[in-house]
Design a protein around this ligand. Structure first.
Ligand code: PEP
Length: 250
């Protein structure tokens, strides 16, 4: 019912040579695994090259962020329409590194989500708790708060166009993966929230898990009922590792 999506967040890494070899590995992986979709999120400067190489097939391409503004005097920003013009079709919104280092909060993230949807880019909206929040048993409260914007009249009709990534902050780039049980519990909670937003659509929304996913940890996580794919950082920079994660999803 929900096709698995394995998405690679390259963060501030890569050059044209690496991009070329990674995109070739992705194209081979989708040929090898009919039932899985892939997406890559390179830095802005590599988007035109990667989107051209991907060629509009089952390897989708997205940006790691976007401006909440349409155009104008916003030095350093990149608009949704500029992203779309590169051939990219997706965008990450609310990644914890943006929340943490750029103080991105609900108001700004709502504006970014609206820009993405207005422009026809498919957003992956990222949520997740810090280690302290988990230790204080506040995981559901934090994730619930981060998802609250989806309940607004503005986004409710667009639920089917949005993907969610649950990425516990303590698992990102740390080598500590959430156990399948820990991840599934939060994914089920997220699915419950989506159900309250739109019971008809909630079963169709893909919820990805992110946080130090490797070929070794992928199959246990991807076997869980509400885990519909992965958002992968470090391992997405190695073609063979990313392809092995795709294989685990098939
Ligand atoms: C990420 O950046 O979204 C991520 C999950 O990174 P890593 O896989 O390296 O933890």
């Amino acid at each position: 019912m929900r096709r698995p999506l394995i998405a690679g967040n390259w963060k501030m890494n890569g050059d044209p040579e690496l991009a070329g070899s990674l995109i070739n590995a992705c194209k081979q992986a989708v040929r090898d695994h009919e039932s899985v979709d892939l997406a890559v999120f390179p830095p802005y400067t590599l988007l035109p090259l990667v989107a051209t190489e991907a060629g509009g097939g089952r390897v989708r391409v997205g940006a790691q962020d976007l401006s909440p503004h349409q155009k104008g005097a916003y030095t350093g920003e990149v608009s949704a329409s500029m992203i779309k013009a590169t051939g990219a079709t997706m965008v990450l919104i609310g990644h914890s590194e943006r929340r943490q280092w750029h103080q991105e909060g609900p108001k700004l993230l709502s504006a970014k989500l609206k820009r993405a949807l207005d422009e026809g880019l498919t957003p992956i909206y990222c949520v997740g708790e810090s280690l302290q929040q988990r230790e204080e048993n506040r995981t559901e409260a934090v994730v619930g708060q981060q998802l609250a914007l989806l309940k607004s009249a503005e986004f409710k009709p667009h639920l089917s166009e949005i993907l969610i990534a649950y990425e516990p902050v303590w698992a990102i780039g740390t080598g500590k993966t959430a156990s399948p049980e820990q991840a599934q519990a939060v994914h089920a909670y997220i699915r419950g929230i989506l159900h309250k937003v739109d019971a008809r659509i909630s079963g169709l929304v893909r919820i990805l898990y992110g946080g130090s996913v490797t070929p070794e940890s992928a199959s246990g996580l991807l076997a869980c009922a509400d885990i519909d794919g992965a958002l992968v950082g470090g391992a997405s920079l190695k073609g063979d590792a990313f392809a092995a994660i795709a294989a685990a999803a098939s």
